[in-house]
Design a protein around this ligand. Sequence first.
Ligand SMILES: Nc1nc2c(c(=O)[nH]1)N[C@H]1C(S)=C(S)[C@@H](COP(=O)(O)OP(=O)(O)OC[C@H]3O[C@@H](n4cnc5c(=O)[nH]c(N)nc54)[C@H](O)[C@@H]3O)O[C@H]1N2
Ligand SMILES: Nc1nc2c(c(=O)[nH]1)N[C@H]1C(S)=C(S)[C@@H](COP(=O)(O)OP(=O)(O)OC[C@H]3O[C@@H](n4cnc5c(=O)[nH]c(N)nc54)[C@H](O)[C@@H]3O)O[C@H]1N2
Ligand SMILES: [Mo]
Length: 762
Amino acid sequence: MVSKPPAGDPVQDAPQVTPPQHAAAGLPAIGHTLRIAQEQMGAVRTARTLLKVNQKDGFDCPGCAWPEGDKRHLAEFCENGAKAVAEEATLRRVTPGFFAAHPVAELAERSGYWLGQQGRITQPMYLPEGADRYEPVTWERAFAILAEELTALSSPDEALFYTSGRTSNEAAFLLQLFAREFGTNNLPDCSNMCHESSGSALTETIGIGKGSVSLEDLHRADLIVVAGQNPGTNHPRMLSALEKAKAAGARIISVNPLPEAGLERFKNPQTPQGMLKGTALTDLFLQIRIGGDQALFRLLNKLVLETPGAVDEEFVREHTHGFEEFAAAAGEADWAETLAATGLSRAEIERALEMVLASERTIVCWAMGLTQHKHSVPTIREVVNLLLLRGNIGRPGAGVCPVRGHSNVQGDRTMGIFERPAPAFLDALDKEFGIVSPRHHGFDVVRSIQALRDGEAKVFFAMGGNFVDATPDTEVTEAAMRRARLTVHVSTKLNRSHVVTGARALILPTLGRTDKDVQKSGRQFVTVEDSMGLVHASRGNLPPASPHLLSEPAIVTRMARAVLGEASRTPWEDFEADYAAVRDRIARVVPGFEDFNARLAANPGGFALPHAPRDERRFPTKTGRANFTAAPVEYPRVPEGRLLLQTLRSHDQYNTTIYGLDDRYRGIRGGRRVVLVHPEDAAALGLADGAYADLVSEWTDGSERRAPGFRVVHYPTARGCAAAYYPETNVLVPLESTADISNTPASKSVIVRLEESPQPSA
Ligand SMILES: Nc1nc2c(c(=O)[nH]1)N[C@H]1C(S)=C(S)[C@@H](COP(=O)(O)OP(=O)(O)OC[C@H]3O[C@@H](n4cnc5c(=O)[nH]c(N)nc54)[C@H](O)[C@@H]3O)O[C@H]1N2
Ligand SMILES: Nc1nc2c(c(=O)[nH]1)N[C@H]1C(S)=C(S)[C@@H](COP(=O)(O)OP(=O)(O)OC[C@H]3O[C@@H](n4cnc5c(=O)[nH]c(N)nc54)[C@H](O)[C@@H]3O)O[C@H]1N2
Ligand SMILES: [Mo]
């Protein structure tokens, strides 16, 4: 089995631009998948691995959280899932020799792409205080260092335990248990940067922070609104669900500042007809201005209210609260203001209204385009208002569908990874383990960075992810991280967070989803929860990347033993030996997981967690009903000569993991430093297609942040808007620029000016 050596660095960023495409998937996707997979894994391993993705006896795809249907295809994965698998199952290795050859300061100059391309980390590594490079360390010593620093803290709240959403339920449950037994709720997670706004809005309005639809509901809907989401790249298997819904007569409205190829037309690689022609998905494309969604939904609500017979009065009467106040606020929605906020025409909004009124069963799907703005929480509440008005929650084919990111981000939250845990959860945890969990809230991601910056937090531990690259305000965050006493990363692959370190640092290499996990009691599996609340098992089948790796549950349990010592009555060793023992505890602590092990055994495809609004039209909110809400309409006001920048994903990346330098559907190849601008806006700014510009963000306190050397691409985005890839643009997002209530970084609304600059030399 051979893989190709990684590309050299500096990786030349020299974007080539062709017109964007109008269809996603199809034959080119298959070719692209196989090429990337074979470069990383060789041909034999490619076949062996890809056939196990998302099968009932295989592993859960480490890509997105989209669910699998009950009838699986032989190849139940997509192009981007295959890239995620190849990235993890690569044959390339980062050994102690690599760290001996590269001082940390040198690695810090490399691109994230180059770091990731070096391969899987094979041994625990330690950066002693004052040393210039990492050295190999035994696991015993690594845990002793962790214990030394954690027990030296003057309060448990000086430690931060971050989780990225790939962590299994078992590892997540153990990590939060350890943190609380240690004495802190400082459990920031990637969700704080992702769907926190959805969770905040949904918990308040329907009583549970999760989506209310199943895959079958999508298939049965007659109107699906996809707002602020790019499924062709980020949830490709969702396109099959949309295709199926269309075949059954559904209509689709997409709301997006960009015309995304996947939403235009889908060429299903599983069917011959799909490969040739494909299916047009979107019936109505609302090319909205960034941040205009709340205004759009508010006006639609007013128009529904004004249409005789359009409101589901029985539902509103029986199941909701706050209608009067909401109706009064909606009544004030104003056409002129809405047209200005959205950039849409009256005819487009009227057409959307007709489709809403014609639909008996409506689903609204959304992702980061709705969650990463200052006014994201009220925006999502306004979406809920629309669904409530027509009784579209708690009936088949209708509901809310926040489409999650990481493959187990939803499960991690269910397992208690949350800085603001519900008292009932802590009560159950305390009762089960005989501990006393802290009741005061912990730090989320943004607060964690502030705490590191201000010296309030001293130890940073990450269960996966790439904290310094994924978080906003890169310079501030990196400086904050460097102030830590100890930074620890449990990871599979090298990334920037390993090279921007505290005084001491540890890299703890771990098994990934694809690796076989054997413990004292035998072969283990873990579980995950998908975006629609289905829980199922995941089993890796590859020999681990190195004999020195420990699984995530093993790392947490050994850390707990080293740190808590004899004082802990929790049977950590038993948990490491047999994950079923962890699941037995989850079954007793987390509602919906009763008889966890037995139900997994009985249902190889998994089981659904209860969801009161979906299952029984019961709304466990403070009022006991679904809440209408009425917040003032907001939208970003952009000063003259400035653009509103969204920071988004290319087709060749998984968050901070860069697979390649192309963004095929958008017609960009060979480079990532591009900024997409409407041709007329670019002309007004005097920027030709192919010109280079620095992006300079302007924050309300007068501070400026700069990302130099972006190639200007004339692109059909909404007027006044711009788009560029994350993580390169994180340097532009001020740490204080967050969503109200959810505190999610507002990485989709950054006010920037473009300053023409010379083309950077290669
Ligand atoms: N291959 C791949 N898959 C992934 C990921 C990945 O990086 N790569 N990441 C995973 C994760 S963690 C997540 S959270 C999801 C992210 O999935 P997405 O949310 O689809 O990801 P983004 O690239 O951030 O795309 C945001 C979309 O919202 C649109 N948008 C931006 N601003 C607005 C706005 O104000 N209003 C509206 N209506 N639309 C707007 C953008 O044009 C874009 O289409 O994907 C998951 N799946
Ligand atoms: N500007 C801007 N910033 C954003 C966003 C945006 O749209 N714009 N999106 C935000 C969103 S939605 C999210 S979810 C966050 C993502 O934030 P994170 O989840 O922190 O980042 P990832 O890039 O997904 O993390 C990748 C790293 O995870 C590690 N890893 C991979 N697999 C495993 C595993 O199985 N176990 C362990 N222990 N480690 C593993 C590897 O070392 C890899 O380098 O970024 C956020 N940041
Ligand atoms: Mo995410």
